[in-house]
Ligand binder design. Structure first.
Ligand SMILES: [Zn+2]
Length: 304
């Protein structure tokens, strides 16, 4: 029975009759014809056109199987890409969508015996991402390998990396801030005990002890250093912290008196020393003046 030409009323009528899914075993892949029943299929297989086709296939069945396989794969993937993009879908459910097109290449004419075998093949080839679904079936996901998609993926990866970099930098900055705050807090804690020590008066006592050692030296040495000692003595009461105990203030006062008396002694010594120091200076000056006057006289004599 010759096949109705595309566009003829017979072709359209056949199409209308062939609604819904039909029995796979009544489909002739070689002639790409679906027969509606056993009888129809029998008639078809005994037809001249079918026998001619089958003879061709018989010459090189491998070639035909490869052709059907390639076509099946191409159609399957085209539909997967166009209808689901890169979304994950149950392989079995998608196969129902694929075979809904009556002109599809039937899987029994390909080299793949089962859908799961074909799905695994797609996974191995890296064409699709294949994994076990929660309900046990295989999940299939098309991988976009087009140059545009790869570029987009690269861009997204870069963006993600940059964002992660920003995140890390931000986290580091926050950590540094926390560390600084911690250090500040520790410093303040370190300061507190110092204040307490001062209140006890221990440190103040030690400081004055040092100055006491220094003052006798100053007495023995030149008046200049003694003056420096005086300055220290003057500065010492100022350095004592204001919020100090009354007892400590009592401690300070007698020491102050001692220094004051020592200072007076130094001043008395200065009065004695200063004229002594000035005498040789004035003598030298006198000698120089005499010499200068002599020179002046000589000059005047020359001029005269
Ligand atoms: Zn046929």
């Amino acid at each position: 029975m010759p096949r109705a030409e595309v566009g003829t009323t017979k072709h359209l009528a056949n199409k209308m009759k062939a609604k819904g899914l039909q029995r796979l075993r009544w489909y002739c892949q070689v002639c790409e014809r679906q027969m509606r029943d056993e009888n129809g299929f029998k008639c078809h297989t005994s037809s001249e056109s079918h026998i001619r086709q089958m003879l061709l296939v018989g010459e090189d069945p491998k070639k035909f199987i490869e052709q059907y396989s390639a076509q099946f794969k191409r159609d399957f993937l085209t539909l997967l890409r166009t209808s689901h993009g890169e979304k994950k879908i149950d392989a079995n459910r998608f196969y129902q969508e694929y075979i809904a097109n009556k002109e599809h290449v039937h899987m029994n004419s390909t080299k793949w015996v089962t859908l799961s075998e074909f799905t695994k093949h797609l996974g191995r080839e890296g064409i699709c991402r294949v994994e076990e679904g929660e309900k046990g079936g295989l999940m299939i996901q098309w991988i976009d390998n087009s140059p545009d998609a790869l570029k987009r993926q690269e861009f997204l990866k870069k963006k993600e990396r940059m964002e992660r970099g920003d995140e890390i930098r931000e986290r580091r900055a926050i950590e540094e801030m926390v560390e600084r705050a911690e250090a500040q807090r520790k410093l303040q804690e370190d300061d507190r005990p110092k204040e307490l020590v001062r209140e006890e008066g221990e440190k103040v006592v030690l400081e004055f002890g040092k100055k006491r050692e220094a003052s006798p030296k100053a007495e023995a040495e030149k008046s200049d250093e003694a003056k420096a000692g005086e300055e220290e003595k003057d500065a010492a009461p100022a350095s004592v912290p204001a919020p100090a105990k009354v007892a400590m203030k009592m401690e300070v006062k007698p020491k102050k008196n001692v220094f004051a008396s020592m200072g007076k002694k130094d001043k008395e010594k200065d009065k004695e020393k200063k004229p002594e120091l000035k005498r040789p200076m004035s003598e030298a000056e006198r000698i120089m003046k005499e010499e200068m006057e002599r020179n002046k006289l000589k000059n005047r004599q020359r001029v005269a």
